[in-house]
Ligand binder design. Structure first.
Ligand code: NDP
Ligand code: 8X3
Length: 262
């Protein structure tokens, strides 16, 4: 069997318990990469790890990770050092939105969580994992942002700001790491049907389903394919920024919905 570009590479994925992260774990597994998976729901991670091994990963390990806590991130990085000794690819995917309130009705706890996960979590992960990448003179960091970081929308002030912050973190880090061999990439998806809206609307499944009504959104696998493609480019190629939306979404506000049955 021909060797794949990602074979035996150590890949860290945050937020691997559902959505893009879980789909990416399976696809990296199919490329015979070795995995270090993190999220808060460890029972889910265990299932995903076994699926990734079933797909071809020689080793898919997992550990509880809360990217909002420095101690948790540092403990995860220590565990990665112990288990793997190096990291070749870091996918900063953990994150999401909470609520769709206008600023005047915003909740401190929602705002704080969105900045903690989408922006500060990425900084913490990069700080902790870079020492496992830099000695090898190469590596790939892929930050999963959003079209929300590029275009603001009502009710999205904190989420859009956190994702815009993440994009600037990506850009600053690319400048800091120029010459190190480590490339830093942003993948910014539009509407994708995962647990994203269920989390945003705090378990209201009906409201979450309405977000995708009448259109064909991205699937988790579409974004996972973009992640794996980006990570598998030859080392001299950096995919700086990729925006990926479903065909029914031309802009954050411009979506085409078919009437039922149409
Ligand atoms: P999901 O809700 O399906 O997945 C989110 C993942 O993030 C889960 O695995 C969750 O795991 C993890 N996570 C959340 N908080 C933390 C935390 N504090 N520490 C560690 N892990 C955490 O949504 P998606 O797969 O859609 O979202 C993945 C990323 O893509 C997010 O950053 C999101 O903002 C972004 N995005 C999503 C889009 C969409 O329309 N779906 C579009 C554009 C970007 P657990 O709860 O087990 O900790
Ligand atoms: C998720 C996409 O448009 O709901 O980041 O913010 S959007």
């Amino acid at each position: 069997m021909a060797k794949t570009a990602l074979e035996d590479q150590w890949v860290v994925i945050t937020g691997a318990s559902s959505g893009f992260g879980a789909a990416a774990a399976r696809l990296f597994g199919a490329q015979r990469a070795r995995l270090l998976l993190g999220a808060r729901r460890v029972d889910r991670l265990e299932v995903i790890a076994r699926e990734a091994e079933g797909a071809g990963s020689p080793e898919a390990l997992f550990r509880r990770l809360d990217v909002t806590k420095t101690e948790s991130v540092n403990a995860f990085a220590e565990w990665a050092r112990d288990k793997a000794g190096r990291v070749d690819v870091l996918v900063n995917n953990a994150g999401g939105a909470l609520g769709l309130d206008p600023v005047i009705e915003g909740k401190d706890e929602d705002w704080e969580t969105m900045f903690q996960t989408n922006a500060l979590g990425v900084l913490r992960m990069c700080r902790a994992i870079l020492p496992l990448m830099l000695p090898h003179g190469r590596g790939t960091i892929i930050n999963i942002g959003s079209v929300a970081g590029r275009t603001a929308y009502e009710g999205g002030a904190a989420y859009c700001a956190a994702k815009a912050g993440e994009l600037q973190i990506t850009r600053a880090l690319r400048l800091e790491l120029c010459g190190s061999g480590v490339r830093v990439c942003a993948i910014d998806p539009g509407m994708a049907e995962t647990e994203f809206s269920l989390v945003r609307f705090k378990g209201d499944a009906e409201r979450a389903a309405k977000v995708y009504e009448g259109l064909e959104p991205l699937r988790a696998e579409d974004v996972a394919e973009a992640i794996v493609w980006t990570a598998s480019r030859p080392p001299h190629v950096c995919v700086d920024e990729m925006v990926i939306k479903c065909t029914d979404q031309a802009e954050v506000y411009k979506v085409h919905r078919r009437s039922s049955g149409g």
